[in-house]
Design a protein. Structure first.
Length: 230
């Protein structure tokens, strides 16, 4: 399944969420970010149960039985996440399992473990359906229109480039950690944007905090949308 098809599936889910927003929020005018809270979507919209467990064993796909972040048990209608991981990872994991529920019915009743939290994504080769589920989760939690609006509100532009001297000056001078580390990877600039809490003398909630995801997940989303070019 290509990204365009996944984007279409996410758009359909977002429309359904908005149409049924009264089921997800008691607020007369709920914000879009409140409505796409993955636990509410899983339980109130899709009718799944949500569980937090002290730990979840791996499914054999990782060495040394490393713990999993969560799983979907389709046969029992359960999404479970491990409290060993951060709240940001748990939210992303729920969205990831929602993706399996909606996109991968061929999995059937099999229990699907999500063994890699977002920060570790890309460390080892992953099955195609796992990559698809991560992309779905990112698109669900960080919709392009909302990310564009949030980026422009904070930095004055919908796309940023590391070669821009003014942008680089403010990110460096206002303490965006790791921006000028000697061994930068391709996401260093996007990560600086994702974690920044001030720019040009103005303070604000970071993009990662605004969308309730890890800095790494936010950086990957900015990069794939072409909004932070390093």
């Amino acid at each position: 399944m290509d990204k365009a098809r996944i984007d279409l599936e996410v758009a359909m889910l977002h429309r359904t969420i908005w149409t049924r927003r009264r089921e997800l929020s008691s607020d007369a005018n709920p914000s879009p970010l409140t409505l796409i809270e993955p636990r509410l979507v899983a339980t109130r919209l899709l009718g799944l149960e949500y569980e937090i467990r002290p730990s979840i064993g791996g499914d054999g796909s990782r060495a040394n039985g490393a713990p999993a972040a969560g799983f979907l048990d389709r046969s029992r209608g359960i999404i479970a996440v491990s409290e060993q991981f951060s709240e940001e990872v748990r939210r992303f994991t729920v969205a990831h399992e929602i993706a399996h529920f909606l996109l991968h019915d061929w999995i059937g009743a099999k229990v699907v473990h999500r063994d890699l939290p977002p920060i570790a994504a890309g460390v080892v080769p992953r099955p195609r359906h796992e990559v698809e589920a991560d992309y779905f989760a990112a698109s669900m939690l960080m919709p392009q229109k909302l990310v564009t609006k949030a980026l422009a509100a904070r930095f004055g532009a919908a796309r940023l480039n590391a070669d821009d001297e003014i942008t680089s000056f403010y990110l460096a001078s206002e303490g965006s950690k790791g921006f000028f580390e000697p061994r930068r990877d391709r996401l260093s600039f996007a990560s600086a944007i994702a974690r920044a809490e001030s720019f040009a003398g103005r303070r604000f909630a970071s993009l990662a905090g605004c969308f309730g995801v890890s800095v790494r997940a936010m950086a990957i989303r900015l990069d794939e949308l072409g909004m932070a070019q390093g």
